[in-house]
Design a protein around this ligand. Structure first.
Ligand code: PLP
Length: 291
């Protein structure tokens, strides 16, 4: 896999890209990040929305961004164009920077900005045709008054443990509950289900990442007159669901086939899911044609 990696102003090949081992991103996952996608290897989809979330993540971590959002945006666009992939996976990481080995935020003087790029490879087509299996895992989503899951930080072990618990049990991915037994989200995706004509998704106060794709889907649903309800849903609420899917920048809208191998969804993708997928893809197409 070929990578192009930007560090603080310069673009390197993978074997030349180096940061200090004393960077707090390495020492304690003290970093924030965003994953973007360019469908044409030039322009980044929903770039402003991602940058707004980056600012929110920085606030959660009491972190000063190294530059203005305008500068970060210009650098991202420059990098994607210089990297020259056909379709680009882009990961922007901002670490708190180099400091002594301790927990004192004030020790790190200057954040580092890293952009990792590679060719975007889609998930297997089969996942979209047949759906994926989710496991309700034993790992719980962090409470919001702890390290708030609304921050997209480099400290991703909660999600990694959840994903690996699901994977080693033969599932594609995890569904995490919170400590009140309400559904939250998948390891790297938001969670939706459909019952009748209504789209349901856990609300932000359940302890989830405010997914850019989630918010975009909610907007598309409003535009296409699909009723949306955000709220608190238990695993019992899922037993009457007709359709289910997860969403992320990389996955877009990925149908779910079963939950815990108990609840099975019959039509993959279901009618509402398919309508949203079509609207999503048409909107992406128009965005790239319109530029
Ligand atoms: C925990 C979690 N939830 C949801 C998402 C989906 O977010 P987005 O749609 O912004 O990619 C991600 C993406 O990485 C994630 O890690």
């Amino acid at each position: 896999m070929e990578y192009k990696i930007y560090i603080n102003g310069k673009i390197f090949n993978e074997d030349e890209a180096k940061i200090s081992v004393l960077d707090r991103g390495v020492i304690c996952g003290d970093s924030i990040y965003e994953v973007f996608r360019s469908y044409d290897g030039r322009r980044i989809f929903l770039l402003d929305e991602h940058l707004e979330r980056l600012k929110t993540s920085a606030l959660y971590l009491r972190f000063n961004l190294p530059n203005t959002l305008e500068y970060i945006k210009d650098e991202l666009e420059r990098c994607v164009q210089e990297a020259g992939f056909k379709k680009t996976y882009i990961r922007l990481i901002i670490t708190r920077g180099i400091g002594d080995i301790n927990l004192d935020f004030t020790d790190a003087k200057r954040p580092s900005m890293i952009i990792i790029m590679k060719e975007f490879h889609p998930f297997p087509d089969e996942y979209y045709r047949n759906g994926i299996d989710l496991k309700i895992v034993s790992i719980r989503r962090n409470p919001i008054d702890s390290f708030n899951p609304g921050a997209k930080s480099g400290n991703y072990l909660n999600s990694a443990l959840a994903y690996n618990e699901a994977k080693t049990s033969g599932f594609h991915d995890a569904l995490l509950l919170n400590h009140q037994n309400f559904c939250t989200e998948s390891s790297t995706s938001n969670f939706f289900f459909v019952q009748g004509d209504t789209l349901y998704t856990p609300s932000l106060d359940m302890g989830i990442l405010s997914g850019i794709t989630r918010n975009f889907i909610i907007r598309l649903a409003h535009d296409t007159k699909i009723p949306v309800q955000e709220g608190a849903f238990t695993r019992q609420d899922l037993s009457n669901a007709d359709e289910c899917f997860i969403s992320s920048t990389l996955k877009e809208i990925m149908p779910v086939k079963s939950i815990d191998h108990e609840k099975e969804f019959l039509e993959i993708p279901g009618i509402v899911t398919r309508k949203l997928q079509d609207t999503f893809r048409n909107t992406v197409k128009k965005y790239y044609e319109g530029r």
